[in-house]
Write a new protein. Structure first.
Length: 58
């Protein structure tokens, strides 16, 4: 089988698609990082409340 080289337009379209995917991946990673940070803060607050209520040991 002989491969046919992609046209310049096809290559440019693939590049644009790759750039969109990379941007989406970065945004998703940032969302996950933010959610994890917020979750840690909430967990610490809940544990502190449970300790103050005497329901959890230090």
């Amino acid at each position: 089988m002989t491969e046919i080289a992609a046209s310049k337009e096809e290559i440019e379209e693939l590049l644009r698609n790759n750039q969109r995917v990379i941007k989406l991946a970065r945004e998703t990673r940032e969302d996950i990082d933010r959610t994890l940070r917020e979750s840690r803060v909430r967990t610490e607050r809940i544990l502190a409340n449970l300790r103050r209520a005497g329901l959890l040991r230090d």
